[in-house]
Design a binder for this molecule. Structure first.
Ligand SMILES: Nc1ncnc2c1ncn2[C@@H]1O[C@H](COP(=O)(O)OP(=O)(O)OP(=O)(O)O)[C@@H](O)[C@H]1O
Ligand SMILES: [Mg+2]
Length: 267
């Protein structure tokens, strides 16, 4: 009898391990889809950066005055640094795997996502406003939480088909020990009868857009999974016709010096 029980519990344990692994793979696959969808706007942005570099290099060669040349060098440096931030962010985002968590600067994590989506937002006439408190740390798996933020931003952008305002904020929650990330849009809003279902796997009201983004209904269910595994919370407020705000709360962490440096290096 106990032998049979052991057999069943081994099987259950194996199945649980398989589910965990499949969840991980799903998250990684969804991430790759997001990267694919962003690649066109990022290529545009790279082209703009290269034009800046080329034009200022020409200007520097033409002008002999040290002040003019210095200005050209500064512009080239700034453009190069922006391109480098984009590629580093993209590589770190694509690479990050596993379940490892560490205390990270939340504003910096959000900025690393924003650098990937800025051009995409601009192309869809979405104005970005940020309020990022600098010294908020949470115990985070960087790749997973970046994917959550990206999913919320893509949803917000898709809800503002005619353009609008996106506000992304990071702050320390006033009443509790949480780091709060809010993504607020001025889009279509969510009707009250749909609201209870938005976190369900495969619930969607969308068809894929012109670049294949949207429409699987997995984005928010993955967000919920990631936030639950971080012992965090998700809250949504929405007014149909006016907009939606998603707030995620993650338990605060203290910032050890060594991790702070690691976070700086990663970006
Ligand atoms: N910011 C938002 N504004 C309006 N509706 C939203 C917003 N975010 C989510 N929704 C609604 O919730 C549904 C589920 O969102 P979810 O991200 O899970 O799936 P999806 O965006 O439809 O597809 P995908 O799997 O590609 O993300 C959406 O189809 C949409 O109806
Ligand atoms: Mg989505």
């Amino acid at each position: 009898m106990s032998g049979a029980n052991t057999g069943v519990s081994t099987e259950v344990a194996e199945l649980e391990a398989q589910v965990a692994q499949l969840r991980q793979q799903l998250l990684q696959a969804q991430k790759m889809v997001s990267i694919g969808a962003l690649s066109s706007s990022m290529t545009h942005e790279f082209n703009n950066i290269l034009m800046t570099v080329i034009n200022y290099a020409k200007m520097g060669l033409r002008h002999k005055l040290p002040a003019e040349r210095e200005k050209a060098f500064e512009k080239i440096l700034a453009a190069g640094q922006r391109a480098s931030r984009m590629t580093t962010g993209m590589l770190a985002f694509a690479r990050a795997k596993g379940d490892h968590r560490e205390p990270l600067n939340v504003a910096r994590l959000v900025e690393d996502v924003l650098v990937l989506v800025e051009k995409d937002l601009q192309m869809h006439r979405v104005r970005l406003e940020t309020h990022l408190a600098p010294e908020v740390y949470a115990e985070i798996n960087a790749g997973q939480v970046q994917q959550v933020i990206l999913n919320l931003i893509v949803n917000a952008r898709q809800a503002m088909s005619g353009g609008g305002n996106l506000t992304v904020s990071v702050r320390r929650s006033p009443e509790e020990n949480f780091a709060e990330i809010t993504v607020r849009d001025t889009g279509s809003g969510i009707p009250a009868d749909k609201l209870p279902h938005i976190f369900d796997p495969f619930f969607t009201t969308k068809k894929p857009d012109e670049r294949g983004q949207g429409g699987t209904g997995l984005g928010l269910s993955l967000c919920k999974q990631v936030i639950d595994s971080h012992r965090g919370r998700v809250r949504v407020e929405s007014v149909p016709g006016q907009g939606t705000a998603f707030t995620i709360k993650l338990p605060l962490a203290v910032a050890p010096i060594v991790h702070q440096n690691a976070a700086v290096k990663a970006s």
